[in-house]
Design a protein around this ligand. Structure first.
Ligand code: AMP
Ligand code: ZN
Ligand code: ZN
Length: 418
């Protein structure tokens, strides 16, 4: 081909692709441009989508009336804490971030991850993808994390401008005071994005169950904290330049000793190694026993589902990661799977609430309420998946998003036309 032909052909190709790209609804095309500068992302762990109807919540009500909300926020599967915080932070499903459970085993690292193991929680090798705080820092902006899963590890060799090692005993109001200070430093350490995390709604739900007075009191406490936060934001003139997003990682379902699945009644527990625990059990099967163990579980598939790794439903977005073990069992909502020895050594187990069930179950759906200068007023939308939040935050902060499993298109309906 002669040179004179090449240039026009390439020009046409570039123009065609370029026009095609402009034609789709990428950021900045048919999406309203934000005016506020900051995002504050708040999470109440284990706050189920319908908890607000359990008691009086005047502060949440005000946010819903003046802002946006959804019928629920759909967690990724498994509906456990760590993988969901990390999915919100990165916009990635577990098979693409590698963060597949609260407990994991990695054969290439020959290491085990548990939430209480500080060395592993702070080890960046567990965390794939790009968390939003890195995206913000890469864009020359600043982020502060008042606890968020992943923020204690130097992912991509980076750290947010402000971050804290997880300390569950830090008073809730002090967490708010610190974040308000970061957002309003008035100097080069002032942040554009901040996160804020509270665990007490989840712990009350686990201990007392979803219909308890203790959970109601926790919901009220969350509402009081939101009241305090809004007051501080107003005082520091942050209301007019901050989009406030309030979320949760998953919901909660009541469990009972009346609803259990005893592994020993189907298989020899010695034949398997549990990696992630009920209600979604991930396990490796010892040498040569795969067919025997799977067939026995499949033949007794009552109150749970069992899948070989390669047969895990696509909608779980799980099976394409090497950390996922041989077998997955998913308990029906409200059921608990464990060994006879485990049940026998704990008289009141299980009781209260649990999560980790199928993420399609409405009991697992979490909270989404938001208010700010770039969000509609009094708008409510259907439940949406939490992997879209990264794209929403990147848009609100006007930073270039990394590649994710989410899309701004899925949530742009929340944005206000200016
Ligand atoms: P789960 O067992 O899935 O209900 O996890 C909830 C618990 O995770 C909460 O009670 C917190 O104490 C704990 N948690 C949340 N964030 C962190 C963190 N960054 N490091 C260690 N533990 C955490
Ligand atoms: Zn949680
Ligand atoms: Zn929990």
């Amino acid at each position: 081909m002669s040179r004179s032909f090449r240039t026009p052909f390439h020009l046409i190709l570039v123009l065609t692709v370029g026009i095609g790209f402009l034609g789709c609804s990428g950021p900045g095309v048919d999406v309203p441009k934000p005016q506020a500068q900051k995002v504050l992302l708040v999470s109440f762990d284990g706050f189920r989508h319908d908890y607000l109807s359990k008691t009086n919540t005047p502060n949440f009500d005000q946010l819903i009336e003046k802002g946006v909300s959804s019928e629920g926020l759909i967690p990724i599967f498994p509906s456990k804490t760590f993988p969901n915080y990390y999915a919100i932070a990165t916009g990635l499903y577990p098979e693409n971030s590698g963060f597949i459970g609260n407990s994991m085993y990695d054969s290439t690292m020959n290491a085990r991850f548990t939430m209480g193991d500080r060395d592993q929680v702070e080890n960046p090798q567990w965390y794939g993808g790009e968390p939003i705080w890195n995206t913000v820092e890469k864009a020359g902006k600043k982020a502060g994390t008042m606890f968020w899963v992943g923020s204690e590890a130097p992912i991509q060799n980076m750290r947010p401008t402000h971050w804290k090692s997880y300390d569950g005993s830090m008073p809730d109001s002090a967490r708010i005071d610190t974040v308000i200070k970061w957002l309003n430093y008035g100097n080069e350490r002032e942040v554009d994005l901040s996160t804020l995390y509270f665990s007490f709604v989840d712990s009350r739900g686990h201990r007392y169950g979803t219909d308890s007075e203790e959970v109601k009191a926790a919901i009220k406490k969350a509402d009081d904290l939101i009241g305090y936060l809004m007051e501080k934001m107003e005082e520091q003139k942050l209301t007019s330049n901050t989009n406030l997003l309030i979320v949760s990682d998953h919901g909660m379902a009541d469990v009972s000793r009346e609803r259990i699945v005893v592994l020993d009644e189907m298989i020899d527990p010695e034949d398997v190694e549990m990696i992630e625990y009920s209600p979604s059990v991930m396990m490796n099967v010892r040498d040569q026993k795969m067919d025997e163990v799977y067939d026995a579980l499949k033949a007794n598939e009552e109150h749970f589902k069992v899948y070989k790794k390669e047969d895990i439903p696509d909608r779980f977005h799980l099976k394409d990661h090497y950390r996922v073990p041989d077998l997955l069992m998913v308990a029906d909502v409200g059921y608990t799977i464990n060994t006879r020895a485990y049940f026998e050594s704990r008289e009141n187990y299980p009781s209260g609430g649990a999560h980790g069930f199928d993420n399609q179950a409405s009991e697992m759906h979490a909270l989404f309420v938001a208010k700010g200068p770039d969000l509609k007023e009094g708008f409510r939308m259907k439940a949406f998946e939490n992997v879209h939040l990264y794209e929403l935050m990147a848009h609100l902060l006007q930073v270039q998003p990394a590649n994710t499993d989410g899309s701004l298109d899925s949530v742009k309906v929340l944005l206000k036309e200016h």
